[in-house]
Design a protein around this ligand. Structure first.
Ligand code: ZN
Length: 246
């Protein structure tokens, strides 16, 4: 797939990066990504991936825009209140680049569903869906980019247990729903922390697709917005893991 003059102009700043270049932009144009969750993490992640020219983006979410979302979900405006999130986000992405193929799936991901992307982005807010997506990624040999944000902290990781033997999966990191797991709307979160985290998820997807740098495979980046620090921890496979310890 060669790049048109219009694409060369649009993606010039990525082409100038030696780790991406023209071949990397072509890989981005040929890539397919499913973003599960169109809220505080999925929004900025989707905006950056569309701007990067990801050829096919599939959005999953059954939620509608609530006014309390607008403090952090900057992909939406006040006029979007009450509208379906995936429809509104898909419209935003088409505005960014009309040449992309954007699919909106107005359902919550659940066991039995089959997102189509070669890379799956977990931007969801509940553990049953996260565990089900991890199982799907492992079984169907997809790469999983996972992110979460709460309070002043965010975390991002890449899980490749279905692709690389011996790589840890999401459930090696989070074996079960934390006992005090609270619904997203019951805890506070600093708006920009969700933007940093969602953007970091987009960055990891771009690295995986283009081969640039070192993806956070088997590692978790922990971002502390309150102290302005971040650190990375390395994961190992949980020998008791019900998903990847076969
Ligand atoms: Zn595992």
């Amino acid at each position: 797939m060669s790049l048109t003059p219009r694409e060369l102009e649009r993606h010039k700043r990525h082409i100038l990066l030696k780790e991406i270049g023209g071949p990397g932009v072509q890989r981005l144009r040929a890539a397919s990504v499913s973003i599960l969750g169109a809220g505080a993490l999925g929004g900025p992640c989707a905006l950056y991936l569309a701007a990067a020219g990801i050829g096919r983006i599939e959005l999953w979410d059954d939620d509608r825009v609530d006014r309390s979302n607008l403090q952090r979900q900057i992909q939406f405006t006040d006029a979007d209140t009450g509208a379906g999130k995936v429809e509104r986000l898909a419209a935003r992405l088409r505005e960014i680049d009309p040449d992309l193929t954007i699919t909106a799936v107005a359902r919550r991901f659940a066991p039995g569903e089959a997102p189509s992307g070669a890379i799956l982005i977990d931007a969801m807010d509940n553990f049953p869906s996260r565990f089900a997506l991890n199982q799907f990624a492992h079984t169907h040999a997809r790469l999983l980019v996972s992110g979460a944000a709460s309070g002043w902290t965010g975390q991002v990781g890449v899980f490749a247990s279905g692709v690389h033997h011996g790589a840890p999966c999401y459930q090696c990191w989070v074996p079960e729903s934390p006992p005090a797991a609270e619904a997203c709307d019951e805890v506070g979160v600093a708006g920009p922390v969700t933007g940093i985290t969602g953007s970091a998820m987009a960055l990891e997807a771009i690295k995986l697709i283009t081969g640039a740098g070192t993806p956070l495979m088997g590692r978790i980046q922990l971002i502390d917005g309150l102290s302005g620090t971040s650190r990375t921890v390395r994961l190992t496979c949980d020998p008791e893991c019900p998903v990847c310890n076969l």
